[in-house]
Ligand binder design. Structure first.
Ligand code: ATP
Ligand code: MG
Length: 215
């Protein structure tokens, strides 16, 4: 019975690797060097598939992978049916925030009840956030480079992920609201959890042990 683990290249792959290593599992190919999308591991019954970060929940939901690692940001934008989320891995940590150009009076616009144009990749989370606050917004869906939107007049504000804040700063943007803390979670296909119960349980437990060891 082979287990398929879905990961995205970059920080999620890089930060999951040491957790697998703690469980004695080594990924046998480097995704930055190889063009392969299916990577063998040191365990014959475990393989890694490389997918786009926002595609991880889809792969796991429909059984293209038995489990995967996905950011809370991605999971909130995705319908979670058929997905079991047993563990916060506490990796790829950042926050979701509202940012505006440093010369834009966000507090004033909110106070006056103005309609604010907000560009974001995270429309569900943004819609919920502003609805909770009673702020009127027009949401503009983007797929990347959100920082550009306020600089070009496309939007007044953005909702984006922030870690150090240096990208915002380089683009004359300031963080005006923190919406939530973000980290990556383990997601598991519910049918697979029944069919491959033993090996999946063992793998989830190994991840849990690796999380517990983290400072
Ligand atoms: P895609 O390539 O599909 O557009 P992406 O660019 O969001 O997705 P990554 O940049 O690899 O993909 O981010 C993967 C995950 O890592 C995100 O979903 C988020 O949870 C987290 N993340 C994103 N940006 C940061 C950051 N600056 N610091 C820490 N974690 C981050
Ligand atoms: Mg990115």
């Amino acid at each position: 019975m082979t287990i398929t683990l879905a990961l995205s290249k970059g920080r999620i792959f890089d930060e999951t690797l040491p957790m697998l290593a703690r469980a004695g599992i080594e990924v046998l190919e480097d995704p930055e060097r190889s063009r392969k999308l299916i990577l063998p591991t040191s365990r014959a019954d475990l393989r890694v598939v490389l997918v786009r970060a926002s595609d991880v929940p889809t792969y796991v939901q429909y059984g293209g992978a038995d489990l995967g690692v996905a950011g809370k940001d991605v999971l909130l934008e995705h319908d979670g049916t058929g997905l079991y989320q047993p563990l916060d891995l506490r990796i790829a940590r950042c926050r979701m925030s509202v940012a505006v150009r440093d010369d834009y009076d966000y507090a004033g616009a909110v106070r006056q009840g103005s309609r604010i144009r907000v560009a974001t990749k995270y429309t569900q989370t943004a819609r919920q956030h502003f609805a909770d606050k009673g702020v009127h917004v027009d949401l503009i869906k983007l797929y990347g480079s959100m920082e550009l939107a306020p600089l070009t007049g496309l939007a007044d504000a953005i909702v984006d992920l922030v870690s150090t804040g240096s990208t915002l700063k380089a683009n004359h943007l300031v963080e005006v609201e923190r919406i939530m803390d973000i980290s990556s979670r383990l997601v598991v296909n519910q049918a697979a959890l029944k069919l491959k119960r033993e090996p999946l349980r063992a793998l989830i437990d190994a991840f849990a042990a690796a999380v517990a060891e983290k400072p």
